[in-house]
Write a protein that binds this ligand. Structure first.
Ligand code: ES4
Ligand code: ZN
Length: 353
């Protein structure tokens, strides 16, 4: 990458050497990239939760924003999921889903995101009496104008809750297919430990037959064997998180060899205590091992930041080289489910920086 040619005095971050400024704690210029691991319900900011509650005439169990914000201290994945599912109660209408999605896209554009693969949890809404049409059409209506409004191409991933029975997931997949929902892929999320990939072998088989792309959370809290089973039993093309692969050198070798994408979410891993501190995060070791890793925000409203915040904090701790930052961005583009044409466009944009 070339240093900035035309320094703009109104944007001090582009003056001089970006690396030196980053080391001094200044903002990095965001690189164009793809966000591949993002739960749209995890973009629901506390302010929007209150706004939607008021619009829908609902009483929240919190006196105000500060009380709600005080609850964002998590001890593990489940302690986060409890608040994440509770806060979804305010999502009632198509407009609510559309407003949440549009707010994410606006913020993601500022973070450098040029392509977003957005997961949603239909079962978390069905169980509250919200129809598939309401949640899918609401999110999809915001995605429909994303290229125009935000310059972000998008696709939608229906994620299934692994702590529910496979039968439930099969029913929802059939309904999504019957309504011709605009989904490109399926994912697998929620409480990992005790819900291994093998539980969803038929679901992933059916999705593959329907022509959908496949990804699954594995190796976030669960052991390396869950990553192996997601690949071998579910046939996924991508692993969400996957950080615990580092405990199994043979698995690392396989993931490197096969260029399996791992959508890593550093701030999420810190906030859910998968790692003690960001300085203990395996990302630099994963890069050094030659793994195909990207940086993603997971549930940015809950974990302290969007993809640019993840990069900024990584950079503050590890002083990533410009080469590594460009590699992470290029990995995200190569690992996306976008068309070859769109990938080429984004890679060119990255190269021209
Ligand atoms: C999730 Cl961080 C994480 N892990 C598993 N399932 C999830 N759903 C939303 N965020
Ligand atoms: Zn996730």
């Amino acid at each position: 990458m070339e240093p900035t040619q035309n320094p703009d005095p109104t944007h001090p971050e582009v003056l001089g050497d970006a690396g030196a400024l980053a080391a001094a704690g200044e903002a990095l210029r965001p690189l164009p990239l793809a966000e591949l691991h993002l739960h749209i319900e995890g973009t629901l900011q506390p302010e929007l939760i209150f706004e939607l509650a008021e619009r829908n005439g609902m009483e929240l169990p919190y006196a105000g924003l500060e009380e709600l914000r005080g609850l964002y201290e998590f001890t593990d994945l489940q302690s986060f999921l409890d608040l994440y599912y509770a806060n979804m109660a305010v999502l009632q209408t198509e407009q609510d889903f559309a407003d949440m999605t549009r707010a994410y896209l606006a913020r993601a554009a500022a973070a450098g995101v040029r392509h977003a693969e957005i997961m949603m949890d239909p079962q978390a809404h069905l169980s509250r009496g919200i129809s598939l049409e309401t949640c899918v059409n609401g999110v999809a209506s915001a995605l429909a104008t994303s290229v125009q409004e935000f310059g972000i191409s998008t696709l939608l991933i229906a994620a299934f809750l692994r702590d529910l029975p496979e039968e439930a997931a099969l029913g929802v997949l059939d309904s999504l297919l019957a309504m011709n929902a605009p989904i490109a892929a399926i994912g697998l999320d929620s409480a990992e430990v005790g819900n291994p990939p093998a539980k969803f072998e038929r679901l992933f088989g059916r999705a593959r037959e329907a022509g959908l792309r496949l990804t699954a959370h594995a190796g976030e809290e669960g052991p390396p064997s869950y990553i192996i089973d997601a690949l071998d039993i579910l046939g996924v093309e991508r692993i969400d998180h996957g950080i615990r692969c580092m405990e199994d050198p043979e698995l690392v070798e396989r993931l490197v060899e096969d260029r399996i994408p791992l959508t890593v979410c550093p701030l999420s891993n810190v906030r859910l205590r998968a790692v003690d501190t960001l300085a203990d995060h395996p990302l630099p070791a994963m890069l050094a091992a030659g793994l195909n890793v990207s940086v993603n925000s997971d549930d940015p409203a809950y974990f302290g930041g969007y993809v640019d915040d993840n990069f900024a904090q990584l950079n503050a701790v590890f002083a990533l080289s410009e080469f590594d930052r460009a590699r992470l961005a290029a990995n995200s583009i190569h690992s996306s489910f976008a068309s070859e044409e769109r990938k080429a466009e984004l890679l060119k944009e990255l190269n021209d920086i």
